[in-house]
Design a protein. Structure first.
Length: 329
């Protein structure tokens, strides 16, 4: 098979990935890697194809497998990129490694790798990459409850992508600003930002982005105690994540739905939703999610006056929370 043929196969695998056909995308990508390994020419083109294929396998793992598996692929992509003197691949791998560490609640490592990626993209003059890393750093500070820094980084990222005319980036940053305002309990402003981001993602046809902002809108309505509208938006978002096969998104939405159902005193249904979310996040290795859903299950049992079982779940959730807090220090 020629270089162009292998490249075409990876483009096809990318399309399969975008459509949520992860098994088929993985099969095709692995075929490309197997062919390169058999022919073993050692030329730069093969190296670049290996990088691209490894990134794709990492993206599939990020959606469907435990996060440490995704991390392994990203480190492999980093190694191949550096060996082939491919700075664009190096910076992409560093950013992706930061993203996985962020998901694992390793905020110090996330900031370290995002910072390295930011510095390299600034050196390369890649403004779109700079904007992306600024936004990712803002997300970490948001999770660390440093909202002033989060707003600062998201604001810089938004300004840069607006200057570049990068509509996808603008949608992301507008939505992320909405998240910070929601965390600050300014729900009317948060809904305004989420609505703008949702319209942009719909125009772009970005289903994952649409699902993200639908979920955020649902969250804002939940905090405004409008749980019927919250469930409506959460279910729309869940449906998209399920169609895309995005397990982390499915878990997040099931857990959010469980929270609303608990608030509505639909305790048995809430336990089912929490249980499904818990199982998925346990399989993904998402300890923050696991801790949240364990705590939620504990709250349901407390509401049902099953205090012994509630205490058991609270203890498990607390142990995980303490473990995650250690990672932030």
């Amino acid at each position: 098979m020629t270089y162009e043929g292998l490249k075409t196969s990876l483009i096809e695998a990318d399309t399969l990935f975008d459509n949520g056909n992860y098994d088929e995308a993985e099969r095709l990508t692995q075929q490309v890697l197997d062919y390169i390994a058999r022919t073993n020419t050692g030329n730069r083109n093969d190296g670049l194809l290996r990088v691209r294929a490894t990134f794709l396998l990492g993206a599939i793992a990020f959606r469907c497998q435990p996060y440490p598996v995704a991390l392994q692929y990203q480190f492999e992509a980093l190694k191949i990129s550096e060996a082939n003197h491919y700075p664009e691949g190096t910076v992409r791998a560093m950013g992706n490694i930061g993203l996985v560490h962020h998901k694992l609640c390793d905020y110090t490592l996330a900031l370290e790798y995002y910072g390295k990626a930011l510095a390299l993209d600034e050196e390369l003059g890649n403004k779109a990459g700079v904007a992306r890393h600024l936004g990712n750093i803002g997300n970490v500070y948001s999770d660390l409850s440093d909202y002033s820094l989060a707003l600062e980084y998201h604001g810089k990222a938004l300004t840069l992508d607006e200057e570049l005319g990068n509509k996808a980036g603008v949608a992301t940053h507008v939505g992320d600003l909405g998240v910070v305002y929601a965390q600050l309990a300014d729900y009317s402003l948060a809904l305004e930002y989420f609505g703008k981001a949702l319209l942009l993602e719909e125009e772009l046809g970005n289903k994952l982005g649409v699902a993200k902002h639908l979920s955020n809108i649902g969250g804002a309505y939940h905090y405004l105690s409008n749980n019927s509208i919250a469930l409506e938006y959460y279910n729309k978002s869940l449906s998209i994540h399920e169609k895309l096969g995005n397990l982390s998104g499915v878990a997040r939405l099931l857990g959010a739905i469980g929270i609303v159902q608990r608030c509505l005193s639909d305790f048995e249904i809430a336990l089912v939703s929490y249980g499904k979310a818990l199982e998925i996040d346990q399989n993904l290795g998402n300890k923050a999610g696991v801790a949240s859903w364990l705590g939620g299950i504990g709250l349901v049992h407390h509401s049902l006056s099953d205090y012994t079982l509630a205490l058991d779940y609270f203890s498990k959730a607390l142990a995980l929370d303490e473990e995650l807090e250690t990672k932030q220090e």
